[in-house]
Design a protein around this ligand. Structure first.
Ligand SMILES: [Zn+2]
Length: 80
């Protein structure tokens, strides 16, 4: 019984995590999201025509973890 509840809760959390959180923009002002097709991209990398997933405005893996990884990417640091 309790494991069922955990499963449902996890499913909910996973779904919530895949949606762009507007509050992320406070922490990462270069982050943009196309809410029409639920894709996020990095304004800096996009403007610098970088070749990473964040620059392509084609990124559907809407996760905070991915954003935190992107901060450390050389492309991103170079785009500043
Ligand atoms: Zn970037």
């Amino acid at each position: 019984m309790s494991s069922d509840i955990t499963k449902i809760a996890l499913r909910y959390i996973n779904r919530a995590n895949r949606k762009f959180q507007p509050s992320w923009k406070n922490t990462y002002p270069w982050l943009e999201c196309n809410t029409q097709n639920n894709r996020m991209f990095c304004v800096l990398c996009h403007a610098s025509s970088k070749k990473n997933v964040f620059a392509m405005s084609d990124f559907t893996n809407i996760k905070l973890y991915a954003i935190k990884e992107h901060i450390k990417a050389k492309d991103h640091i170079d785009s500043y």
